[in-house]
Design a protein around this ligand. Sequence first.
Ligand code: C2E
Ligand code: MG
Ligand code: MG
Length: 393
Amino acid sequence: MLRFDIMNFRYINESYGHDRADKVLMATIKEFEKVFNPQKELCVRVNSDQFVALVVNDMEYEEKYMKYLKGISDEANEAQIRYPIRLKVGMYQIRKEDQNIDLMIDRANAARKSIDITANVLTATYSDNIISNMRKVDAIESEMENSLKKGEFRVFIQPKWDTVKDEIIGGEALVRWIKNDGSMVFPSDFIPVFESNGFIENLDFYMLEQLCIKMKEMRKDEKNYKFFPVSVNQSRVLINNPDYVKNVEKILKRYDTDVSLIQLEITENLFFDQREKMVEVINQLKKLGLELAMDDFGSGYSSLNILKDVPFDILKIDKDFFDETFISKASTVILRKIFEMATELGIDVICEGVETKEQVEMLKGFGCHAVQGYFYGKPMPVDEFIEKYCLVK
Ligand code: C2E
Ligand code: MG
Ligand code: MG
């Protein structure tokens, strides 16, 4: 049992128009009937770009599948679609005792949903692994709301450093889920879950609010503090919330926040089909006086084009660039050019994930003086950050 969809079909639809995109949908069925055996194998469309197929899982399957994929790509090419056609396929191996077709489709679908679209492999088979992952997701989802109310999500802050003056210039707020039993969960384990179920919105507003509350407390406190701009991560999910900007504004006002001390980080990833919306929202946020940073530049499919289209103030270069194995001649050339270009465009650059003295020196050589990374400091609880960097003793 296969349950599959066409990668970024929405993008194909929007860029090439419905008529041409429909040709791809038709080819998905037509080519199947050409390559597979219509006597015993079947492919149907569920809705939009979602399909279910029954195939014989024998020695020839791989070859047939490649031929099938090529057939669809050729048809797309003929329709002048220059975008690569890729299918995201979840499989379920049907057993003799299986009776319930819906259940088989659900399992194939669970496998499909488990596929990490940033990886190269776009096929997954339903397995124990997928079941155990689904259980983990269930556990996270059953706890998250209560945990937020109980204050189990904590603000950690990692310093940002000026390497020339050798002093702190700001921080990034990073969430940690510390359960009441003392165990800590890292964002990579729960952020993806929150992004797919929407809970990330609550968390992102919560983090911003906690930060504003802290800043207000510091202003009211009799002790003397220095203030640094702190950035908060904002999920792309927020971009689609029509009340997003209004909610940010409300939070900022509620605590009389000095907006020049708040920056928002947004990751530019695969969803390039939302660029216009993103530009609009970013401009509204900038009107509130906030600075916007583009996070994880260079980690995925980010393109330099986005700098021209989206008015970011800050470019955060991902640690991938500093990966020991990755510092090749090419990447140093690219890095240097990025700095040059960003500087000319009036965009600040900061490099994250800087772990060694060598990296610091290399970056200085390119004229990049702002860094964030374990070399200068790990993320620490917000109170520890305040005590260490903000309190004037
Ligand atoms: P990010 O925003 O790119 O944050 C930087 C990540 O790199 C952090 O991981 C940080 O701990 C890690 N890091 C910093 N310096 C170094 C270094 O020198 N070496 C290495 N190997 N790693 C370093 P963390 O805290 O696990 O967060 C992971 C990601 O989760 C973040 O990546 C961000 O995308 C997301 N995230 C964290 N907190 C939030 C949040 O409140 N809201 C949203 N939407 N996303 C968040
Ligand atoms: Mg970030
Ligand atoms: Mg980052």
